[in-house]
Design a protein around this ligand. Structure first.
Ligand code: TXA
Ligand code: MG
Length: 453
């Protein structure tokens, strides 16, 4: 099917809509099918015609374009400001539509697809010749995903073409979980924005590599968790080897949150870029409960003073501290994302160890054992904090399981510092987390671009 065979009068309307303005289309995920179909008609036509359309999924908003049109794919990279060696996920509405995109189904792929798709899971599979090189970043694999969000799924079904879609944020910014976030980043760069309300999970899909070796590997943790995949493979008796053989590979404990040695290429190219970062530096607060807060506070106060010192004289010496020092030109506002109990105990003001007064703003998430509420709030909180002009941001840790693992993964990538009752750590591109000793300056390389943690 050539896309221009399907052009209709609707496309003229689409093009007319596309001056400098991004047109917002409302879509109600709870609407009956025929009503939703009407709401999505223009967006579906625009996708077929090769225009860029942002749309909601159950994870985050996506910036979609017809995956079969190399020029459209190139425009996705341009609109996002994304390096073109970082491949895109191809979205379809059902499993049958994956067939033309891949050269074969690896051993575990089809059972996993039937179990977890539609849903927040992306599979890396061997690609077919139909997928343009522009989509796969020159790799011989393709990432495929079937969103379960009713708006996304209906839009893909209606468009009838595979849709390449990265998260709909400017490259390096936090992923968008509301239509408003997409508008902030991409207004004027895309033709349509389908507003279907907030995203359910708030963190991107789990990326599972099935194309490079006998065992699956999680390249990015998400709402389809290691435990869910493991339990399914066990119950379906699909893994005959003992779990000690394949479990660690699937959990990919060595692969996540570590610095890659020089010369080693990340399996998901996106892993090598700085991610999810708000404008202000992010500090991970390693506190599990209210009782631990008081013991960590002196270290936080010291870190704030160190950041201030970093900012002042060193800048004049031309030292680079992008993304690591305090957000310049801002008042001393410290924004914190904490569980509700810790949020209730958080002070309204704080005095740093160099005796400067900081105003505190705090956002509390509901506590659950899965980390779901924290994951849902993380990116949205980063954007809110940027908007109120945070000079620095604090975010509390979550247990490293279920969605807490996805939360910690994203937080780890965004953060430049860690603070606990035991000390202060600073992220170094080469060395990973380096402890800052009493009386020392912050290491010069802290939190710079290209961080891999
Ligand atoms: O939830 C999601 O996955 C969202 C929604 C819109 O579907 N999409 C998303 O796309 O997060 P993006 O482009 O922001 O992240 C895709 C990740 C990148 O880290 C990329 O490097 C990796 O998937 N990836 C894509 N194709 C790959 C491939 N063939 N092999 C390995 N990694 C791949
Ligand atoms: Mg992204």
């Amino acid at each position: 099917m050539r896309p221009d065979d399907r052009l209709s009068g609707m496309v003229d309307q689409v093009k007319a809509d596309c001056g400098l303005n991004t047109v917002i289309l409302k879509a109600d995920p709870a609407a009956p099918a025929d009503r939703l179909r009407q709401q999505l008609e223009r967006a579906a036509e625009a996708l077929r015609a090769g225009l860029l359309v942002a749309f909601p999924t159950e994870t985050v908003y996506g910036l979609g374009g017809n995956a079969l049109l190399p020029d459209t794919v190139k425009r996705i990279y341009r609109a996002k400001g994304r390096p073109s060696d970082n491949p895109l996920i191809v979205h379809v509405s059902k499993i049958d539509e994956i067939n033309p995109l891949i050269s074969r189904w690896p051993r575990l792929a089809l059972p996993l697809a039937r179990k977890f798709m539609p849903g927040p899971l992306t599979l890396i599979l061997p690609k077919s010749d139909l997928v343009p090189r522009a989509v796969s970043g020159g790799m011989d694999t393709v990432a495929v995903r079937i969103p379960s969000n009713p708006v996304a799924n209906a839009l893909l079904r209606q468009a009838g073409v595979p849709v390449a879609a990265p998260s709909a944020n400017l490259s390096g910014r936090p992923s968008p979980t509301l239509a408003q976030h997409v508008y902030e980043d991409l207004a004027g760069r895309i033709s349509y924005l389908v507003d279907g309300g907030p995203c359910t999970y708030g963190v991107e899909s789990t990326v599972l590599d099935l194309a490079s070796g006998p065992y699956p590997r999680i390249l990015r943790p998400g709402a389809v968790t290691f435990e869910m995949i493991k339990d399914f493979l066990n119950q379906a008796q699909l893994m005959t080897e003992p779990e000690t053989v394949w479990g660690p590979l699937l959990a990919n404990e060595a692969g996540l949150n570590r610095v890659l040695p020089d010369g080693e290429h990340p399996r998901a190219p996106g892993m090598k870029y700085r991610h999810y970062a708000p404008l202000a530096p992010v500090i991970i607060l390693e506190v599990r409960q209210v009782a631990e807060l008081a013991a960590a506070m002196p270290n936080l106060k010291t870190l704030l003073a160190l950041l201030e010192a970093e900012q002042e004289p060193e800048d004049h010496k031309g030292r680079q501290n992008a993304g690591a020092a305090l957000r310049p030109g801002r008042s001393r506002t410290l924004c914190a994302l904490l569980a509700r109990a810790e949020a209730a105990a958080w002070p309204g003001q704080l005095q740093s160890s160099d005796n400067r007064l900081w105003d505190c703003q705090v956002s509390g998430f509901a506590e659950d054992h899965s980390g779901q509420a924290a994951a849902h709030d993380l990116f949205a909180a980063f954007r809110r904090f940027d908007q109120v002009g945070a000079a620095a941001i604090v975010a509390q840790i979550q247990p490293d399981n279920s969605l807490g693992r996805a939360y910690m993964n994203r937080l780890g990538k965004a953060a430049s510092y860690r603070v606990s009752s035991k000390g202060i750590w600073c992220k170094d591109k080469q060395l990973g987390w380096v402890q800052v000793k009493a009386g020392e300056h912050l290491p010069a390389a802290a939190g710079k671009d290209g961080s891999l943690l």
